[in-house]
Design a protein around this ligand. Structure first.
Ligand code: COI
Length: 351
């Protein structure tokens, strides 16, 4: 494989030979993946880096038959001096442990998770995009890989991490997205698994997402399944509503994913003097909002340009980004990329 060497500031770092200018959110194959197994339910053995490639699974693996699987998503950024920063990896480790408990899987310890993430990023460091071109998306998976025919937790588990350089999740980038409120399908129900990152939560949104896209919308905004009235989240991200100096987001009540970007934006907004409310937000409140935006690891922060509910379309900021959204976006992304000092203590340098 051909390699290029790029000099930025005084440091030199090796980059994969790749068209860095056109990154979207498609999988790009990198050099290595990390694999760790847990055979006697409980403890994971020492993991190893393997060349990226297909994995072997029994057709009767728990993940294939009964969906016993979770995933995480986090990012690594390259600084101007060529060094690499991870954003809040411990939060992902902790969230994976909570999700694993919910669907009866053993999970790596926080230390195992962090070590695995660091090893994987280090081994693939030539795939961390140059500053300003994107980030390295890190995808940890935890799955029931053991064979199981009757419905039960699998007898063996595999933890795997692969990575991919990525750019914008929505093709709109920082231009606004158009959402449609979904009335027929729901993402989650009380007592279900909507609050953890289990793989099944994502298959279940595909139908509504396809319908929305076919009708010209970017994505779907879900309502709660009981009252069909309160905002939950978008297929791949959390949602925030801005009115004057108050920023509201649906409270975490088991049906909403506790997003790490969501949590970070709440802290940033409070630090900047906004009142932040985690509460029930009725769909009518979006008609009156000044700005609406979405947050997620993949999405980062995406301004919403319009929301259509029962055929009525409400638009925001002439389909651009609102002042508050822009302010929060800039603070967060400058911190993530190491452009400004990390006053929140969220970034972890890759040594
Ligand atoms: C993420 O933002 O990391 C997610 O898990 C959403 C996914 C649909 C890309």
């Amino acid at each position: 494989m051909r390699r290029t060497t790029t000099t930025i500031s005084t440091e030199t770092f090796e980059l994969a030979n790749f068209r860095w200018d056109n990154l979207g959110f498609d999988h790009v194959q990198t050099d290595y993946m990390y694999v760790m197994k847990c055979s006697n339910v409980g403890e994971f053995s020492e993991g190893e880096l393997l060349p990226f490639g297909n994995i072997e699974l029994s057709p009767s693996a728990g993940v294939l038959n009964y969906g016993q699987g979770l995933y995480e998503g986090l990012k690594a950024y390259r600084k101007e001096d060529g060094s690499i920063l991870l954003f809040r990896p411990k939060e992902n480790a902790l969230r994976m442990r909570l999700g694993a408990e919910r669907i009866c899987m053993p999970s790596p310890t926080v230390e195992q998770f962090l070590k695995a993430v660091k090893h994987t990023v280090f081994a693939n460091k030539r795939w961390v995009p140059p500053p300003g071109k994107g980030s390295l998306y890190i995808r940890p998976l935890l799955m029931g890989s053991g064979s199981v025919l009757g419905l039960a937790p699998a007898p063996e588990y595999t933890f795997l991490i692969y990575v991919s350089p990525v750019g914008n999740y929505f093709k709109e980038g920082l231009k606004s997205i158009n959402l449609v409120v979904e009335n027929e399908y729901h993402r989650a129900a009380p007592g279900g698994t909507g609050g953890v990152k289990c793989i099944g939560n994502y298959a279940s949104v595909l139908k509504a997402q396809s319908k929305a896209r076919a009708n010209g919308y970017t994505d779907v905004l879900y309502l709660d399944s009981i009252h069909k009235r309160y905002l939950e989240e978008v297929s791949s991200c959390n949602v925030f509503v801005v009115k004057d100096r108050t920023i509201s987001t649906p409270e975490i009540i088991g049906t909403i994913l506790p997003g790490i970007t969501r949590k970070s934006i709440i802290d940033v907004a409070r630090k900047q003097g906004f009142q932040v409310k985690e509460c029930r937000i009725s769909v009518e409140e979006v008609f009156d909002a000044d700005e609406v935006f979405c947050t997620g690891t993949a999405v980062v922060l995406s301004p919403v340009g319009s929301i259509t509910y029962l055929g009525k379309r409400t638009s925001y900021n002439n389909n651009g980004i609102g002042v508050v959204s822009q302010q929060l976006y800039s603070f967060l992304t400058n911190l993530q990329k190491g452009v400004t000092e990390d006053t929140m203590g969220w970034t972890v340098p890759l040594n």
